[in-house]
Design a protein around this ligand. Structure first.
Ligand code: ADP
Ligand code: ADP
Length: 233
């Protein structure tokens, strides 16, 4: 089932007159695990941020994105904020609260859950992540890997169907990075969460992902299965 699609999407940043995306077409199916690759400046971040509707609003956009068959702009903003989660490179910029427990409750507080429901959701999430021991810690006391896991957990508590990640392991050591990517694999396998990730750790990811989309200068160069790329290399 198609969950997210781009139809002839082009985007130009007015500040630099850079056309970052040029007539992009892509169909993402529910349960896909997509790795987005390409040289620096090829348009990867721009594509994710357009889907998340988190980009220079004065930028010049052509074409459209659809989520579950309806244009992004036709969905209620709160619905899209919940349905499409995004994790950035630096958890420090995304985490809002000082304590882990507060951080995990933070996103849920505006969604009308009772305290009992919120605590139950948080308990289930920390159990899934195996991070019960971090609940009473201060965020500032955590390692980079732990911060990024907390960040991911707080995004997931909103129960997104699609998760976008822009170089989430760039600041993590290799072991923490592997643990983070393994967690994504479990989310994809066990809950069918659709994942689109910009990542450089291709060795780890090619074993997990079912699609690789390569951008070059704002265009899709290929969209294929990882094993085909490995075969061609
Ligand atoms: P990638 O994520 O693949 O490195 P980006 O999407 O960040 O690529 O950038 C694509 C192009 O758009 C680049 O040429 C970059 O310089 C330009 N660009 C990105 N962000 C901005 C911005 N905020 N203002 C102006 N130009 C930008
Ligand atoms: P990425 O890790 O996605 O490649 P960059 O290092 O290209 O990120 O960009 C970092 C930040 O600078 C982003 O917020 C991006 O929007 C902004 N940026 C990138 N290129 C330009 C540009 N040509 N003009 C203005 N801002 C830019």
């Amino acid at each position: 089932m198609e969950i997210l699609s781009a139809h002839d999407v082009s985007f130009t940043y007015p500040e630099s007159s850079t056309t970052a995306l040029k007539k992009i077409n892509v169909n993402i199916q529910k349960g896909d695990f997509v790795v987005l690759i390409g040289a620096s400046g090829s348009g990867k971040s721009t594509l994710l941020r357009l889907i998340k509707q988190d980009i220079a609003p004065h930028g010049k956009k052509h074409g459209s994105f659809c989520f579950q068959g309806k244009q992004l702009e036709e969905h209620a903003p709160l619905t899209m904020a919940k349905e499409i989660g995004m994790v950035f490179q630096d958890p420090e910029n995304q985490i809002a609260m000082d304590n882990v427990m507060e951080e995990l409750l933070f996103g849920l507080e505006n969604l009308g859950y009772s305290t009992v429901e919120m605590r139950k959701k948080v308990a289930e999430m920390v159990h899934f992540f195996g991070i019960n021991h971090l609940l009473n810690q201060k965020v500032s006391e955590l390692s980079g890997g732990q911060k990024q896991l907390i960040n991911l957990a707080s995004v997931l508590l909103l129960e997104p169907t699609v998760l976008l990640l822009d170089e989430p392991t760039a600041q993590l050591d290799p072991i923490a990075a592997k643990e983070f990517l393994y967690t994504l694999q479990r989310l994809n396998d066990e809950f069918g969460i659709t994942i689109v990730i910009v990542e450089h750790r291709l060795e780890d990811l090619f074993a997990i992902a079912n699609r690789v989309i390569m951008l070059e200068k704002g265009r899709i160069l290929y969209d294929t299965a990882p094993r085909k790329i490995i075969y061609e290399l």
